[in-house]
Design a protein around this ligand. Structure first.
Ligand code: FCB
Length: 438
């Protein structure tokens, strides 16, 4: 059964950040710091999904998806990150999972989508090895309640983006700007992933995957310095997170200052605990040039030109998804497990008209183009098992606040009114035409 779904994340949609015993997360703290999030927006209310989830499940039923990828808020389940379990947090996800199943929608929970409990951040966050063990404990708690009903688990969402934006550049929570000093946050997330795979299986989980953000890397020219820079970027963005999971080894990081002395004997065996699938989030390719003399990093972003862009300014390159998938197959061969596209989508300048409609032809073209590119990769032999649109709802887009609208459903954040966009109706029609058994 091919999974067709939509994706969301807890902090981006739930709101109710201080309700029913939820503890604070790094995003609650970060969003309150002046200047961190555009216009001072926070996830305090977001889409109020914590209260409106029945309406959101009904929207998914109307769409006709057979799967839903959401994330579990760690601080809802373990308000202090470790120790005492908050049963009300588990109850919320259990109600959601049961409602999804009753609607014929497979629940695909992600256990970590960047909202680390603040209490763990105060003990060093992902720079600390202990956080990996705490993550596995948390995974066991959630699976203890839900493993009998969940067909597919995702451990982490995009550890690259969390490391780069949260720990290297400081533009996401927890707001640390450590540059290559952020590498331990990569290793400890990966270690947490491996430990969680084991904990999930021990609790009876069926299939387990990790979701990585991947980008096909294009050198700005065929000149040696650009080729070298592109390789260094590919290593950091893609291979640093795929190689240890799939091959049990880190790639050659010699282009970077040493940063992985936190790796202990046996860690790579844990990280390489077999997964059932690889989740891939694809948004755009990256063009890389040699850095200017004296730059701190061994690459420079040269920008992709000659393509339309999203409201975010991201280039729209559907064939990059085919290029990415066939490239993964070429690189990993038999070590590449089945793949799910766990996120793909775009922000558009959506406007709710007076007639109460949202016309978003750019999003429809984006989705059509990317689904076609995925199918070309499948025709070239890549085993893709599912595709999830980011996102079901317009939501809190991290440092951009509510300014970037990614949803198939428009949300008026003043009234919480949901309005399906033209792309929602397009996707519903598309799904009607699919044979989901193949
Ligand atoms: C991805 C994130 C997701 C969303 C999209 C636009 O990197 O996983 O939460 O913000 O980008």
């Amino acid at each position: 059964m091919f999974l067709w779904g939509t994706a969301t994340a807890a902090y981006q949609i739930e709101g109710a950040t201080a309700e029913d015993g939820r503890g604070p997360s790094v995003w609650d703290t970060f969003a309150r710091e002046p200047g961190r999030v555009r216009d001072g927006h926070t996830g305090d209310v977001a889409c109020d999904h914590y209260h409106r989830w029945p309406e959101d499940v009904a929207l998914m039923s109307g769409l006709g998806v057979n799967a839903y990828r959401f994330s579990v808020a760690w601080p809802r389940v373990l308000p202090e990150g470790a120790g005492a379990v908050n049963p009300k947090g588990l109850d919320f996800y259990e109600r959601l999972v049961d409602a999804l199943l009753a609607a014929g929608i497979r629940p695909v929970p992600t256990l970590f989508h960047w909202d680390l409990p603040q209490a763990l951040e105060e003990r060093g966050g992902w720079l600390e090895r202990d956080t990996a063990a705490r993550f596995a404990d948390y995974a066991a708690v959630v699976a203890g309640r839900l493993a009998d009903r969940v067909p597919l688990w995702i451990t982490l969402n995009e550890p690259f983006v969390h490391m780069a934006y949260g720990y290297a550049m400081g533009v996401h929570a927890p707001g640390r700007a450590l540059l290559t000093g952020a590498l331990p946050a990569a290793h400890h997330q990966l270690l947490g992933h491996g430990l969680a795979v084991r904990a999930l299986r021990a609790a009876g989980a069926r299939e387990v995957a990790i979701t990585n953000n991947c980008t096909p890397v294009r050198p700005a020219s065929r000149e040696e310095p650009d080729l070298r820079a592109a390789e260094a970027y590919d290593i950091l963005h893609n291979r640093l997170f795929n190689d240890p999971v799939l091959l049990g080894a880190y790639p050659d990081l010699s282009a970077y200052p040493p940063g992985l002395d936190c790796v202990a004997d046996g860690d790579l065996d844990v990280i390489a605990t077999p997964v059932d699938a690889l989740g891939i989030n694809y948004y755009n390719p990256t063009r890389i040039a040699a850095p200017a003399d004296g730059a701190g990093l061994p690459f420079a972003d040269a920008g992709i030109t000659g393509h339309p862009t999203t409201a975010f300014g991201w280039p729209v390159v559907p064939d990059g998804l085919r290029e990415l998938l066939t490239g993964l197959k070429a690189r990993y061969g038999a070590a590449l497990p089945p793949v799910y596209i766990t996120e793909n989508g775009c922000s558009q300048e959506d406007v709710l008209t007076e007639r109460g409609t949202v016309e978003d032809p750019g999003r429809i073209a984006f989705l059509e183009g990317h689904i076609a590119a995925m199918r070309r990769a499948m025709a070239e032999g890549v085993d893709v098992r599912g595709y999830f649109v980011w996102s079901l709802l317009d939501n809190f887009e991290w440092a951009e606040g509510y300014h970037q609208r990614f949803g198939l459903v428009h949300v008026d954040f003043a009234t919480q009114r949901r309005t399906p966009k033209a792309s929602y109706r397009w996707f519903a029609g598309f799904l009607e035409g699919q044979n989901t058994d193949t």
